[in-house]
Design a protein around this ligand. Sequence first.
Ligand SMILES: NC(=O)c1ccc[n+]([C@@H]2O[C@H](COP(=O)([O-])OP(=O)(O)OC[C@H]3O[C@@H](n4cnc5c(N)ncnc54)[C@H](O)[C@@H]3O)[C@@H](O)[C@H]2O)c1
Length: 260
Amino acid sequence: MSSAMRMQGKRAIVTAGASGMGRAGCMLFAQQGATVAVVDLHAGRTAAVVAEVTAAGGRARGFVADLSTPEECRRVIAEAATWLGGIDVLWAHAGSPGPVAVEGIDVGELNAAVALNLTSALLCAGEAAPHMRQAGGGALLFTSSVAGLVGSTFSPVYSALKFGLVGFTQSLAQRFAADGIRVNAVCPGPVDTPMLPAFMGRNVDAAGQAANQARIVAAVPLGRLARPEEVAHAALWLLSDDASYVTGVALPVDGGYVAR
Ligand SMILES: NC(=O)c1ccc[n+]([C@@H]2O[C@H](COP(=O)([O-])OP(=O)(O)OC[C@H]3O[C@@H](n4cnc5c(N)ncnc54)[C@H](O)[C@@H]3O)[C@@H](O)[C@H]2O)c1
């Protein structure tokens, strides 16, 4: 263990940690010295990430939960805190594309999107904050999106929810500052994870999905998708003491998308 490790001794929770950016975060945080609670709906993939972390010499345990249910959010953060012996770091990363529609929107789909994107982040943060306060401080990170910084014709509901997380970030940063808890958001552009084709494929066939994806990549100045690890590195920085004077920020990790 070198002193250059950026999460040495940190007790970390990553939600939606079994795939994509969350998985990359679990691997990176553990490699940087954190003990990681991997929270996800998918039991098999959660176990696989725990095995990967362990094989690489890190320390992790899986916690299976459906975070679209308030009781599950509370239960799983409490269980993870018990296992970890406290919480220093939470990446509330879980989210879903939600419905494309506005006219004739299915309210059940809308409520499901609110539950996972907004309510789960709120509840997980609310459950984790007292543990961080008890530890004398900590760091919270939400996963917003470039759609949380600029509007999205394709996905107005998703955009509204991701904007909501930015408001929550700025508000909690102020509320929790006196407790030594920093609160930030990461705003990825298009990232090469299983969620991207699901996001781009709503209400269209395979050709429409490919066209949607080509359109978004064309709007990225760097001209490509992000790799999950590129977002995980931003998350590591925001959650580590390297970012000790950074709070209330919504950081685009987007290849220049919002700079256009
Ligand atoms: N992929 C992108 O292009 C992109 C861009 C911006 C923001 N995001 C955001 O990133 C997050 C998704 O991460 P990803 O792209 O790494 O996705 P991913 O598809 O690789 O992983 C999503 C994970 O979430 C888990 N999950 C789904 N529903 C859940 C639930 N109810 N409870 C607990 N876990 C659940 C899945 O099992 C899966 O492991 C979301 O918040 C999304 O809005 C993604």
